[in-house]
Design a protein around this ligand. Structure first.
Ligand code: PLP
Length: 433
């Protein structure tokens, strides 16, 4: 009945999440409220680690893509679970460091690292830079030289794959703002340059083909192109690749019509093809890295909102308005993302019609979902949006001066922890003189 196995119904007929009564949590912490099932996040990390070690061999590991959900406690969880991380900005790097995450296990992404970012990354001894372009690696070489370091790097390449997801979240094609194309021959020049720079240690290559990918075939297709490139670099420069990073992008089930994904089976499928490929192409199996973001946190998150009212427009549609919206979840406004929506205080009542869930911003596009079946919602109900762990809080804004919601972690042993306080108006106006 439920899209995710951490949901259930209490004796009182209310929605439970990670074994806790959602309505009581909403009463205790107020709405909007973001809940995270910490046990599930940890189990997913372990699943990735185990599957990758078994399927790809020792040294292979998952790097949590921080951009999916970034706050201090998530980095402590990643540290405890011996995950690597990827960061894409000095702000993420700072947060990871403040949380005590060992930066030697961090990979630094980004297509426009400034001189200041590069200086910071080198001085913080970040494990690896993922270099996006020639200007960056040139600047990095100089900075590493100034700081007397030899910096490990991967080169970000575009394998020319279209994984058939939404255009805004597809990045592996030749026409992409990220990385250097293999197809055009520019990647080869990038390698030649990297190998010539005295303060750079080239460890290998990176590609990221997109997001919300349900099968493993696109990863295998990307890996095939990358393996061929690795073979070519060996022939051309005698260069032996140590690490191949296949990026993130494994899908998550948001609505019933989507499949449940078996991450271990997907990884095993990729692993099997990689060993076959490495034999066929005469390439020594590199360490394989992956960068799951969404699939680590999305289905461990849930957002609770208070219902403000319902507007029925005869002959058109019904709107149910909530006390949050695009400021805490801009994904529907950005790319019509699908979500499952229900009422936490009466989740089993039969729907009487379809309702469009509208946020509180002065923006007609501020919707969370359109035409979802709900049982006659009314002011005072608690509306739950499921699977909000990824790209919600991390994409939140202060539009209309709406403070960001708090995050409460629900641990496996029944504990609960306020990990991020609700923002105040003072917080938002803090830098204003
Ligand atoms: C966004 C991104 C990820 C994470 O993607 P998910 O779909 O959340 O797994 C990983 N690596 C790179 C380079 C990204 O841009």
């Amino acid at each position: 009945m439920w899209i995710c196995d951490n949901l259930s119904i209490s004796k009182e007929g209310r929605l439970t999440f990670a074994g806790r009564d959602a309505v009581s949590l909403a009463e205790k912490y107020g709405t909007p409220l973001m809940l995270l099932d910490e046990g599930r996040i940890r189990r997913r990390c372990r699943e990735y680690k185990k599957a990758m070690e078994e399927s790809f061999g020792g040294g292979s590991m998952p790097l949590y893509a921080s951009k999916a959900l970034c706050f201090k406690e998530i980095y402590r969880i990643m540290r405890d679970e011996n995950m690597g991380i990827d960061v894409v900005s000095p702000g993420e790097l700072y947060t990871a460091k403040e949380a005590g995450f060992p930066l030697e296990n961090a990979y630094f992404h980004g297509n426009c690292k400034t001189d200041e970012d590069i200086r910071l990354g080198v001085s913080e001894k970040i494990g690896c830079f993922i270099c996006d372009n020639i200007e960056e690696i040139t600047a990095l070489n100089e900075e590493a030289g100034r700081q007397g370091r030899k910096q490990k790097v991967l080169l970000r390449l575009t394998p020319g794959i279209d994984p058939h997801t939404h255009a805004a979240i597809s990045t592996g094609k030749v026409d992409s703002k990220f990385g250097v194309a293999i197809e055009t021959g520019q990647a080869k020049d990038f390698v030649k340059l990297a190998l010539s720079l005295p303060n750079i240690r080239l460890a290998g290559f990176h590609c990221h083909i997109g997001s919300q990918i349900f099968e493993y075939k696109p990863f295998v297709d990307a890996a095939e192109i990358m393996f061929k490139f690795i073979a070519e670099m060996k022939t051309e420069f005698g260069y032996e690749t140590e690490e191949l990073n296949l990026g993130g992008g494994m899908g998550v089930r948001y609505v019933e019509s989507q499949p449940t994904i078996d991450y271990s089976a997907n990884i095993a499928g990729i692993g099997k093809t990689l060993s076959e490929m490495s034999g066929r192409l005469g390439v020594k199996m590199p360490k394989i890295l992956m960068e799951p973001g969404r699939s680590i946190v999305a289905d461990s998150g849930m957002t609770l909102y208070g219902v403000g009212g319902v507007k029925r427009i005869p002959g058109f549609k019904n709107y149910v308005s909530i006390d949050g919206g695009m400021t805490d979840n801009p994904r529907y406004a950005l790319y019509q993302s699908e979500y499952t929506v229900l009422l936490a205080n009466r989740p089993t009542e039969k729907a009487d019609g379809e309702y469009t869930v509208a946020g509180r911003c002065c923006e007609s596009g501020d919707l969370i979902q359109e035409n979802v079946p709900l049982p006659s919602p009314k002011r005072g109900d608690i509306l739950a949006v499921l699977t909000t762990g990824a790209y919600n809080y991390s994409m939140a804004s202060h539009y209309n001066r709406i403070p960001k919601p708090p995050i409460v972690l629900l641990s496996e042993d029944g504990g609960e922890k306020l990990a991020v306080r609700r923002e105040t108006f003072e917080d938002m106006a803090r830098n204003e003189l």
